[in-house]
Write a protein that binds this ligand. Structure first.
Ligand code: ZN
Length: 139
């Protein structure tokens, strides 16, 4: 049987738990509503822009623009025609980039920049730019 002190401590702990739960699922207070949906944070866009610029500098392929790209955020691995196990990134001419893992972004940018500057996206990764610019071979 708990002592009086233990009962007081247990009561206090219970009270703390109840009070800490009071903030969950508030319905009585007006909470600023937000639009529902899936969004890309501006920091993510800035990251993609910065890495695009770094890839342009690295490859010295000056034609092409970040603002011309159409970017689709995908699951980490998604069906694609290149690998039976799926892709983490994919570039489709002339400006579509599907990105499942952001670590594949520079790789896909090398494909895009090669396409815009040479007319060949180098689907089979023969260009040394895939290695020299830190891009991984991912799809
Ligand atoms: Zn590739």
């Amino acid at each position: 049987m708990p002592s009086f002190v233990q009962r007081i401590q247990l009561l206090g702990l219970t009270l703390i738990i109840i009070l800490s739960m009071a903030g969950c699922g508030k319905t009585s207070q007006a909470v600023a509503s937000s639009t529902q949906g899936v969004f890309i944070d501006a920091n993510t866009v800035a990251f993609l822009q910065r890495e695009f610029n770094e890839t342009v500098t690295c490859t010295q392929l000056s034609q092409g623009s970040f603002n011309d790209l159409s970017i689709i955020v995908m699951p980490p691995s998604f069906p694609c025609p290149y690998y039976a196990t799926g892709c983490s990134g994919e570039f489709d001419e002339p400006n579509l980039v599907k990105i499942g893992m952001f670590s594949s972004w520079k790789h896909e940018m090398v494909h895009y920049l090669l396409y815009v500057n040479t007319g060949d996206p180098d689907t089979y990764h023969k260009s040394p730019l895939f290695q020299t610019c830190g891009a991984i071979v991912a799809g």
